[in-house]
Ligand binder design. Structure first.
Ligand SMILES: N[C@@H](CCC(=O)N[C@@H](CS)C(=O)NCC(=O)O)C(=O)O
Length: 201
């Protein structure tokens, strides 16, 4: 299996899962934003030239959440997913998808408005709105994490997806001063050797 990866991106989620499952993989590392990510060979794998992408034999798949579900279904042998008939399973599905649906959109806006756009085209109202929205999205996770160690029972792939976004949020402009559960949760995840490895590839 080959993972197309760049540091500090959603590709960390896939590397983290592969490390947790102790599956072998090859890695192609991009510099985020480099022209290399738009070369024709890579665009044939991912039409937007983004990461992550996985090539596994005949299979080419992009979208971090889809890749996570693919790897778990093919190679997970039931690991990191609650039993389908358990009370945790729907909770797991909800938080598996929450990050891309709710947390990453305001983070994307913040990246565009504070890093990618030239200063003269940046919009303070957009930054304010995205910061407020991000805070609201994180507050829902903060409330859910009250009395919990992980999002859906034991550590699961939902923690890899939404936990990664929580960590990304803490590194951005998100206010964690009123989110002690999330702060401790992010630290707990960062203690995992598989994440440390995935982050430092
Ligand atoms: N929803 C996609 C998002 C993919 C995405 O936007 N990746 C970013 C890095 S986190 C990227 O490759 N950006 C490079 C670019 O836009 O040129 C996923 O979860 O895989």
């Amino acid at each position: 299996m080959k993972l197309y990866y760049a540091q500090n991106t959603r590709a960390v989620r896939v590397a983290w899962l592969l490390e947790e499952l102790e599956l072998p993989y090859e890695i192609k590392k991009f510099e985020l934003g480099s022209r290399d990510m738009r070369n024709p060979e890579y665009l044939a794998l991912h039409p937007m030239g983004r990461v992550p992408t996985v090539v596994d034999g005949e299979v080419t798949i992009f979208e971090s959440g889809a890749i996570i579900q693919y790897i778990l279904a093919r190679y997970g042998a039931g690991r990191l997913v609650p039993d389908v008939n358990s009370a945790e399973f729907p909770v797991y599905l909800q938080w598996l998808h929450y990050c891309e649906g709710m947390i990453m959109p305001p983070i994307n806006t913040l990246v565009v408005e504070t890093i990618l756009l030239p200063e003269e085209r940046r919009s303070e109202p957009n930054v304010k709105r995205a910061t407020k929205l991000l805070n609201q999205m994180l507050t829902a996770v903060e409330q859910h994490m009250e009395g919990r160690e992980f999002l859906a029972g034991d550590f699961s792939a939902a923690d890899i997806m939404t936990g990664h976004s929580v960590i990304m949020s803490r590194r951005s402009r998100a206010d964690f001063s009123d989110k002690p559960n999330l702060d401790a949760y992010a630290d707990r995840l960062l203690d995992r050797p598989a994440l440390q490895k995935a982050w430092s590839l």
